[in-house]
Design a protein around this ligand. Structure first.
Ligand code: SIN
Length: 306
């Protein structure tokens, strides 16, 4: 355990993940504590807190010390008049939870939040309220460590490439679901560099994720498909990852600019409930090693809640 300003930091794995103790997130934090948490986040990519038991207002207030929250979900809505920033992540989650609820595809695989946007969220803060007695763990992977572990030849090759990120296309125009309509109503398609330079640490990050990356510009579908498969297999090598066992009142705070994460699917084989809530912070436009920013192909940037 290492001391850092007013907090206690306990790393959980070699490349990613640290638990932070010695802080009460229900209260406003001193500026040096905010800085210490932010520095720990930048170093460990995802940080965890136990036994915090925040309510919605405290969750939002904690998040606002690190950035500007987005609406609950830019595509699927959620939130309520009092807490438009709070996105409910229930086991059987629905969108527009206050009216005309419809099922969101239950869980995606490995992804980085909303990289279809020109300015994907900077960070997400997830709070466990109803936690299964076992199962339901979340995993994160360190995409800077993944980049570093590629050969210099592969690094040089992908540093010059860009990829198109979007939500899934509807399978058939005739069978449009409410989910498809929500995606179409807030269409976002963006071309991002395959390697982004982290705006705070300067690290090079392997900026790919199977949740949103659909093609690699300039490559044939076959070439791009093989390259994406190779990078997806590489980015989730166990040594780049951490797996978190939730407890009620636990918080996970991750840097979307340097990680991808995997929500659990094992809970669907049980009767256990799982109710979490998430606040997401607005992010900036990614920039590649050549200094070129991402390009919006469709859709407006994600804006902060007013
Ligand atoms: C998410 O993808 O943000 C949710 C992760 C989880 O519920 O474990």
């Amino acid at each position: 355990m290492t001391g850092q300003a007013a907090i206690e930091v306990t790393p959980l794995a070699v490349h990613i993940g640290a638990e932070i103790g010695g802080v009460d997130l229900r209260k406003p934090l001193a500026p040096d504590t905010v800085k210490a948490i932010r520095d720990t986040l930048l170093q460990w990519k995802v940080v965890f807190f136990r036994d915090q038991h925040l309510d919605h207002a405290q969750h939002v207030a904690f998040a606002r010390q690190f950035g500007d929250p987005t609406p609950a979900h830019v595509v699927f809505g959620g939130g309520d008049d009092e807490h438009p920033e709070i996105y409910s992540i229930a086991k059987h989650r629905t969108a527009n939870s206050t009216k005309d609820a419809y099922a969101v595809r239950p869980w995606t695989g490995w992804h980085t939040d909303i990289t279809a946007a020109i300015n994907p969220p900077m960070a997400s803060i997830l709070r466990g309220v109803t936690v299964p007695p076992y199962g339901g763990d979340t995993q994160w992977t360190n995409l800077a460590a993944a980049y570093d572990a590629l050969s210099p030849v592969m690094q040089a090759f992908i540093c010059g490439l860009r990829g198109v990120h979007r939500f899934d296309e509807p399978r058939s125009r005739r069978d449009l679901t409410d989910y498809d309509r929500a995606v179409a109503n807030r269409m976002m398609v963006s071309e991002h560099p395959l390697v982004r330079v982290h705006p705070e640490t300067g690290e090079k990050v392997l900026y790919v994720n199977p949740g949103f990356l659909r093609s690699i510009t300039g490559l044939t579908p076959q070439e791009g498909g093989h390259l994406m498969e190779m990078l997806y297999e590489h980015m989730i090598r166990p040594e780049f990852t951490v797996r978190f066992r939730w407890s009620e009142g636990a918080i996970a705070f991750w840097d979307n600019r340097a990680t991808a994460h995997l929500a659990p699917t094992d809970i669907f084989a049980t009767e256990f409930e799982r109710q979490f809530y998430r606040v997401t912070l607005t992010g900036d436009v990614p920039v590649g090693p050549d200094g070129q920013p991402s390009t919006a192909l469709e859709g407006a940037p994600i804006e902060a809640v007013g």
